[in-house]
Ligand binder design. Structure first.
Ligand code: ATP
Ligand code: MG
Length: 228
């Protein structure tokens, strides 16, 4: 589903090599935890999959297609196949919770008659229906994070990328969020989640990929939380 072939990413301005000669194959339907210290390259890797960054060398393939070849509208179409949760929530400030989700559905081209059911379902999954008329600045950090997750799920994309989706949540809410991603996984989604949380990895023993200074140094199939 996602394939990194000898990918090196250098941020030119600072000449930082964020990823170095990275090979990684993620199959359809896999759940992968991406772990590693701050600065190891996790967010950079996720941004390459979204084509928000281009590799300096090597190639990133998505569903067999080299992302380098995508231009214009096809980049937007590519991103619609992915539900992304970023380290900061990136909700639209001038829209309330419900409107943020409706906006996502409109962009995705989901038929209007499905909107209400989808929004209610996604908000229910993250336990935030009662805040649907609130604006992002009226939410706690954890609530905003859950809304961002609802927005990523609402389009039911085949691939979910999550960058520290539980970073600002208490342990109970963090496990609740993990449950949401587990359900998506059970429904067939491919999930790649960057995390610093050993609790999460322990709670759901899946594949764990460890990055260290931009290199893939461990790849454990049985979810060894000792890597976190
Ligand atoms: N826009 C940028 N310009 C220059 N260097 C960057 C940029 N973004 C990240 N870096 C550098 O690239 C390296 C990898 O950063 P990245 O954000 O991918 O790490 P991370 O594993 O996501 O860390 P964290 O756990 O703190 O989120 C770091 O050395 C960082 O300083
Ligand atoms: Mg990061």
């Amino acid at each position: 589903m996602v394939h990194f072939h000898r990918v090196t990413l250098e941020y030119r301005r600072t000449q930082t090599k964020a990823l170095y000669d990275l090979n990684l194959e993620i199959r359809k339907g896999e759940f992968v935890f991406l772990v590693g210290q701050s600065g190891a390259g996790k967010s950079s890797l996720l941004n390459l999959i979204l084509k928000r960054l281009e590799p300096t060398s090597g190639a990133v393939y998505f569903a067999g297609e080299n992302l380098k070849a995508l231009r214009g509208d096809r980049i937007a179409l590519h991103r619609r196949r992915i539900g992304a949760v970023f380290q900061d929530h990136r909700l639209l400030r001038e829209k309330n919770v419900e409107e943020n989700l409706l906006f996502a559905l409109r962009v995705l081209g989901v038929p209007k008659n499905e909107w209400e059911t989808r929004v209610t379902r996604a908000l229910r999954q993250v336990g935030i229906v009662h805040k649907k008329r609130s604006y992002p600045e009226e939410l706690s950090v954890g609530e905003a994070q859950r809304v961002a997750i609802a927005r990523a799920l609402v389009g039911e994309p085949p691939v979910l990328l999550a960058d520290e989706p539980t970073g600002n949540l208490d342990p109970a809410n963090a496990l609740g969020v993990l449950e949401i991603f587990k359900s998506a996984h059970a429904r067939g989604a491919t999930v790649l989640m960057a995390t610093h949380s050993r609790d999460l990895v322990e709670a759901y023993p899946q594949r764990v990929v460890l990055l260290k200074a931009g290199q893939l140094v461990r790849d454990e199939r049985e979810g060894k939380y000792s890597l976190v």
